[in-house]
Design a protein around this ligand. Structure first.
Ligand SMILES: NC(=O)c1ccc[n+]([C@@H]2O[C@H](COP(=O)([O-])OP(=O)(O)OC[C@H]3O[C@@H](n4cnc5c(N)ncnc54)[C@H](O)[C@@H]3O)[C@@H](O)[C@H]2O)c1
Length: 321
């Protein structure tokens, strides 16, 4: 699913010569312009050609084996998220590329969503004052292809990465509930309540059961709220009412009320394109390229494991990120 989009972009990306793709099931989506560039395995691809960079877009359980092959062959890699199926495997991947002296990044593509990039800048500039809540929602139908992990590792890792990135601190603790309505081996709904090391609370609702796709990230601060719709890449600011009142007790009782509402006109670039450009720039020597490092990929998997432990034990779990 995602590999064909990487292939589409890499075949036309400035500064990149596309030398091939590997998939034992073939090119089901016709992603390669030249069918002779399709190989049945990573081994076959590496026997035929020796690229400088590769994208790992295999089932999550396969990331560590592919990383071993690429690191051994001296190839810089962008590895899809979640970085690995377990934190232990994610650490193996980090060690492989670090020891080999190679660049490796993780595909947390939501960080390249125009609405979230704009949101982060506005948070940094203090637009909403001090944030005191981050709430995310990522719901939709089950994608039949995912078999190796549940909704926590497949989808909630996006949110667990985003809350730390937007909130400016690692996740400290989580309390979670999961359910499995469909009888598959893994959970299909998760509710997470958590706290960053800075004390900022967050929550995430993620499921594979909803008959429509909603993806939102909301940050509430003492001057208002920013809310991103990451399906449409829209960002809206709801300002707290600025109407002053000299009747203080009334204002305190009424609490906050809605002020001006602004939906920003954003320049929308495809997030995957921006992600691949950043990876290319890093490999070409741009030390400031806005890539997502493997430590962030590990932190998201560690947080996901804490979420699963919490759901299992019905207790709050500390994340050792
Ligand atoms: N960043 C995102 O938003 C995003 C979106 C979708 C998927 N993903 C991630 O991308 C990865 C792939 O997910 P998908 O939905 O594209 O899965 P998919 O099942 O659609 O595609 C995986 C492909 O890998 C092939 N494959 C399996 N083992 C292989 C091997 N050893 N060598 C070569 N090819 C092999 C399979 O034949 C299949 O075609 C997962 O880790 C997933 O979490 C990320």
């Amino acid at each position: 699913m995602i590999g064909r989009h990487h292939a589409r972009i890499l075949q036309s990306l400035d500064g990149v010569d596309f030398v091939g793709g590997a998939d034992p099931t073939g090119d089901r989506y016709g992603a390669l312009g030249d069918p002779s560039l399709l190989y049945a395995s990573v081994e076959e691809l590496l026997e035929a050609t020796r690229p400088q960079i590769a994208v790992v877009a295999l089932p999550t359980e396969e990331h560590v084996a592919a990383s071993q092959q690429l690191a051994a062959a001296g190839i810089h890699a962008l590895i899809e998220k979640p970085l690995a199926a377990t934190a232990a495997q994610a650490q193996v991947i980090i060690d492989l590329f670090t020891t080999a002296g190679l660049h490796a990044v993780v595909g947390h593509v939501e960080r390249f969503n125009p609405a979230l990039m704009e949101m982060r800048q506005r948070l940094d500039s203090g637009q909403i004052g001090t944030p005191f809540l981050i709430a995310t929602q990522r719901i939709g139908p089950f994608p039949d292809r995912i078999r190796d992990v549940g909704v926590v590792k497949d989808l909630a890792t996006h949110d667990l990465d985003l809350v730390g990135w937007l909130g400016g601190a690692a996740i400290d603790r989580v309390a979670a509930q999961t359910t499995n309505r469909t009888g598959r081996p893994h959970e299909d709904v998760v509710l997470v309540t958590g706290q960053l090391r800075s004390g900022l609370p967050f929550n995430c609702i993620v499921d594979w059961l909803s008959p429509t796709k909603i993806r939102s990230v909301r940050v509430l601060g003492d001057r208002g709220m920013l809310i991103a719709d990451t399906v449409r890449s829209d960002l809206t600011f709801y300002e707290n009412a600025t109407v002053s009142s000299d009747w203080e007790s009334s204002a305190a009782l009424r609490g906050v009320s809605e002020g001006d509402v602004v939906r920003y006109a954003l320049s929308r670039r495809e997030p995957l394109l921006a992600e691949l450009e950043a990876f290319r720039d890093l490999v070409l020597g741009d030390g400031d390229a806005a890539v997502v490092g493997l430590q962030a990929g590990l932190a998201a998997v560690q947080a996901a494991e804490a979420v699963l432990r919490s759901a299992e034990s019905a207790s709050t779990e500390i994340v050792y990120a």
